[in-house]
Design a protein around this ligand. Sequence first.
Ligand SMILES: NC(=O)c1ccc[n+]([C@@H]2O[C@H](COP(=O)([O-])OP(=O)(O)OC[C@H]3O[C@@H](n4cnc5c(N)ncnc54)[C@H](OP(=O)(O)O)[C@@H]3O)[C@@H](O)[C@H]2O)c1
Length: 349
Amino acid sequence: MNPQFQDKVAVVTGAGGTLCSAIAKHLAALGCKVVLVGRTREKLEKVLALPCEAQENLALPCEAQDRVPGAAAPGVGESTPDPRFLIAPCDVTDEAAVQALAERVLAEWGPCRFLVNGAGGNDPAAMPTRLRFCEADLNGRLTAGHHEKLTACNKGPGSAESPASPHDGRLSACQRGTGSAEPPASRGFFDIDMAAFRRVLEINTLGTVIPSRIFGLQMARAGGGSILNFASMNTYRPLTRVAPYAMAKAGIANWTQFFAQYMAPAHVRVNAVAPGFMVNERSRKYLCTPDGGLSPRGEQVMAHTPMGRFGEAEDLLGCVEWLLDDTRAAFVTGITVPVDGGFLASAGV
Ligand SMILES: NC(=O)c1ccc[n+]([C@@H]2O[C@H](COP(=O)([O-])OP(=O)(O)OC[C@H]3O[C@@H](n4cnc5c(N)ncnc54)[C@H](OP(=O)(O)O)[C@@H]3O)[C@@H](O)[C@H]2O)c1
């Protein structure tokens, strides 16, 4: 056991999701006491109930998992049958709720030492289905004559001339769930509902800022700590169709730098990871086909990923552990580390 993690309190937001459920389990295996935060209690309970087979890459003792009854339904911040975890259903954009949670954590377990800001994501209502401006955007709706032109609008780099996939043997992430074909071209950027645009901005910016302010102050009062944020490939250059998400994730790298320099005197380090393409329930719809192959967008991603596969949650664990560790990353703050199979290094040509 690394003494840096032993019995320290780690708060993990988005803990019911693909990446942070694995990170939460990993931190528990390192010796942390882990607060699982997300809006949906059932998703958090599932993390506790994950069978050992699903965790084969993690050094988590199976006996500990066997003790967890799936039917347990603890309240906010209540302990679970596994003493290493607290379940905390909470919306991270709700300042009062996060403040209340921080007080419960402090009272029950002591100050938060590690904060993983994993809560985030996209909203289909904030995503156009067309890639770029078309005559249809001028009218606000489609007419019959526009369909031919729309086909041209949707020809992104690599979308029309994509060769048959050379990656068929390495699509395990796609084959694990039910993908769906990309939606038909019908909605442009100007059709996007601004309420959805705002929601995506809020969860992916304030959803990190609010817990950072509240738990960051708790860390400072206790003498120090470490915060990990989630950026994205969109941090560097926006992908098509995800404008508010990309804008927010660019903001995360900037916020990471701001908060790192502000909190350095309080011995709180702040860093970020920028995962490449790691298939989750939502992105599977856009990257995969129903039969487990690659969608045109998935083909484009793969063509720009030199390692030729999607990432897995386990690919992040070494980087996360290093960035959080106050000895091995003692002089590291304000950085964003891509974990992307070479996506950013590739010009794709
Ligand atoms: N997967 C990728 O390829 C990838 C790539 C780059 C960056 N990222 C980023 O990495 C992080 C984790 O991604 P993931 O793939 O694990 O996503 P995921 O599977 O969708 O999990 C995200 C979790 O965040 C929770 N969440 C959303 N809004 C919340 C809110 N307002 N308050 C509390 N919890 C909230 C969701 O649970 P509830 O809905 O129950 O709250 C969900 O379980 C996200 O920030 C994502 O943007 C992912």
